[in-house]
Write a protein that binds this ligand. Structure first.
Ligand SMILES: *Cc1c(COP(=O)(O)O)cnc(C)c1O
Length: 368
């Protein structure tokens, strides 16, 4: 691997293949695989990730917002795409670009049927989302009659799947709650199926659900974070490979005397003669200000360098007093050995947030 010469996010597609195959190995052969590629595929690059997953014969994609689905269609992705969180204002374009909406409320159902009829659609595929305890998006069990009565009145839509989402699938201590969600999902979908003449697919599990609830895979699973290399537990992380490595370079080194300050607001004061390195990555690149003032570390020549002072928009300063290094040396923010999950823990957040925050300004470099 050539050394980074500027701030780059390396994306390793061989690791993606590994993670996809590992997650697939947890499924029955007939269970379909939906890859969640929302938020630029968790901060990597949704187009390249989707193209690669198409070569691996993934069954479905999901994005959160309509424009994310449009971007995939613009790039030539032909696999079905579920839009998890559409708004009524997007429905015309959803139909135009063959995207499939998650329908999560009575209002959204009425609005989608109106647009589908106006666009003279027949059996347009939709996905019905039920709330089983996350209390975020979705119909309640007692909406089933309302939904099916609307289905009987229109030929414009066809329910391709019924789904729900687990609230704490990674948390062993919430097992009882997850099992109740699984049970409620079965009850709701059985009720739904008894009122229509075809059988939509059922799906419930995200990555941790796939790992922890093999009895709840149903017809399809929806994996995001696992594809990108994290299993929400130290044990599962060992079976997966992080696809993204965030690297940078030392732009400049300053030697400073005792009691000099570093950065905006003079937030850091040196305690002696110190060596400070400046790195071209800041909060506009996705390094939250919370990493400042010693909270986070980067790695230079495999040694830990604490981020000192305030994180700037376009740079951070790190203390390299005890590290043999020079201007132009590579800096690792996270990679396969220095896990993003540890970096995330240093500011009490999770890998999902750090990965998806790597801004579009950071150059992506792909390895096949
Ligand atoms: C984001 C999301 C997923 C993927 O979850 P992971 O934990 O990343 O596997 C699955 N389903 C829904 C509804 C989501 O919003």
């Amino acid at each position: 691997m050539p050394k980074a010469q500027e701030t780059i996010l390396e994306i390793h597609l061989d690791a993606l293949t590994h993670n996809f195959n590992y997650l697939k190995s947890k499924l029955k052969p007939k269970t379909k695989f939906l890859a969640v590629v929302k938020a630029f595929a968790y901060g990597s690059c949704s187009v390249e990730i989707a193209k690669h997953l198409e070569t691996l014969n993934v069954d479905y994609f999901a994005v959160a917002y309509t424009n994310e689905g449009v971007a995939l269609r613009d790039a030539g992705i032909t696999t079905p795409i579920l839009v998890l969180h559409p708004q009524a204002t997007n429905f015309k374009i959803i139909i135009e670009r063959c995207l499939e909406p998650s329908i999560y409320s009575p209002k959204i159902l009425r609005e989608f049927i109106a647009v589908a009829e106006e666009q003279k659609q027949n059996d347009y595929p939709i996905h019905i989302k039920f709330n089983t305890g996350l209390n975020r998006l979705g119909f309640w069990h007692n909406d089933v009659d309302y939904i099916t009565s609307h289905l009987k009145e229109t030929k414009s839509i066809l329910v391709k799947s019924l789904f729900s989402h687990l609230a704490a699938s990674e948390d062993e201590s919430e097992k009882e709650f997850s099992l109740r969600q699984i049970k409620d999902f079965k009850t709701i979908t059985t009720d739904f199926e008894s009122q229509i003449e075809y059988l939509p697919w059922l799906h419930l599990c995200n990555t941790s659900g796939v790992i922890n609830y093999p009895e709840a895979h149903f017809d399809m699973v929806r994996c995001g974070i696992g594809l990108y290399g994290f299993g929400n537990s130290a044990k599962e992380d060992q079976n997966l490979k992080p696809i993204a490595k965030l690297k940078s370079i030392i732009s400049q080194i300053h030697m400073i005397e005792k009691d000099e300050t570093v950065g905006y607001n003079r937030a850091y004061t040196s305690s002696g003669f110190e060596k400070i390195a400046t790195i071209p990555i800041g909060h506009a690149d996705g390094i939250s200000r919370q990493f400042g003032n010693g909270a986070g570390n980067v790695f230079i020549n495999n040694q830990k360098a604490p981020i000192i002072g305030n994180v700037c928009m376009d740079m951070i300063m790190v203390n390299v007093t005890n590290i043999g290094c020079k201007e132009g040396d590579e800096v690792v923010i996270f990679d396969g050995n220095h896990k993003v999950s540890n970096f995330a823990e240093s500011i009490e957040t999770i890998s999902y947030e750090i990965l998806s925050a790597v801004s579009q300004r950071v150059k992506r470099v792909f390895y096949r």
